[in-house]
Design a protein around this ligand. Structure first.
Ligand SMILES: Nc1ncnc2c1ncn2[C@@H]1O[C@H](COP(=O)(O)OP(=O)(O)O)[C@@H](O)[C@H]1O
Ligand SMILES: [Mg+2]
Length: 211
């Protein structure tokens, strides 16, 4: 059975692309059959992959698949990818706002919606809104789980501070978090980042426990 993991937030710059790519690398390195669908029409991930392949002279078949899509058609695209049956996981790096029709359709075919957020006040306000937008979909799609992924966390913050900041959102929070580190400013599509392993394992554990 294919499971769909979507990275969603109302705001740009919260870390959707960074987390989606890092999780994709991790799952691929564990031998899972995965595809990463990107809906940001800048096609950042696709472009990055092209550049990386060019520079390293490596073969595209060694890496996870990337499909370019757009928010308004991504739900249909996923249904198609699912019927192909080739993938264990479909990851979606969404570009859009949670109020878009396309994103609402996306969450109806999603098993796990990962909402990336920092704990800065401004991000928290937008994340609160993102969660409010997503929650009604759980009534329709009983399989939908929502998980907060704390991202860009500074050295002065620990898990307890993160929990306190995110408590009011009344949504499961990843046990681990993604620190603010330069390694996450240099995303790569052609190999896993060790620093992300723990986060990836926690995400997959959450998905498996709630499935
Ligand atoms: N944990 C992190 N540590 C350092 N930089 C990060 C981290 N997460 C994201 N970034 C940087 O912040 C910027 C926005 O992240 P990105 O993943 O592109 O966000 P989004 O896809 O939600 O717009 C990028 O330049 C990225 O490299
Ligand atoms: Mg992005």
């Amino acid at each position: 059975m294919t499971q769909v993991i979507s990275f969603i937030s109302r705001k740009g710059g919260t870390g959707k692309t960074t987390n989606a790519v890092n999780l994709a690398n991790y799952l691929h390195s564990k031998g899972k059959k995965i595809v990463l669908v990107e809906t940001d029409t800048n096609y950042t991930i696709n472009s990055l992959r092209q550049i990386e392949l060019y520079k390293t002279k490596k073969n595209i078949s060694d890496y996870f698949h990337i499909v370019a899509s757009e928010d308004h058609v991504v739900a249909d695209e996923i249904k198609k990818l699912k019927t192909l049956g080739d993938y264990e996981y479909i990851l979606v790096d969404s570009a859009g706002k949670t109020t878009d029709k396309g994103i609402r359709a996306l969450v109806l075919v999603t098993d796990l919606a990962c909402v990336t957020t920092s704990i800065d006040q401004h991000d928290l306000l937008v994340t609160y809104q993102t969660i409010q937008d997503l929650k009604p979909a759980q009534e329709v799609n009983k399989k939908l789980n929502i998980l907060l992924i704390p991202n860009r966390i500074g050295e002065n913050f620990g898990r307890r501070a993160i929990r306190k900041s995110l408590k009011e959102l009344d949504t499961p929070i990843l046990k681990s978090y993604v620190p603010f580190k330069s390694v996450f400013q240099r995303t790569t599509t052609i190999g896993p980042t060790r620093r992300y392993y723990r986060v990836a394992r926690e995400i997959m554990k959450f998905l498996n426990q709630s499935a």
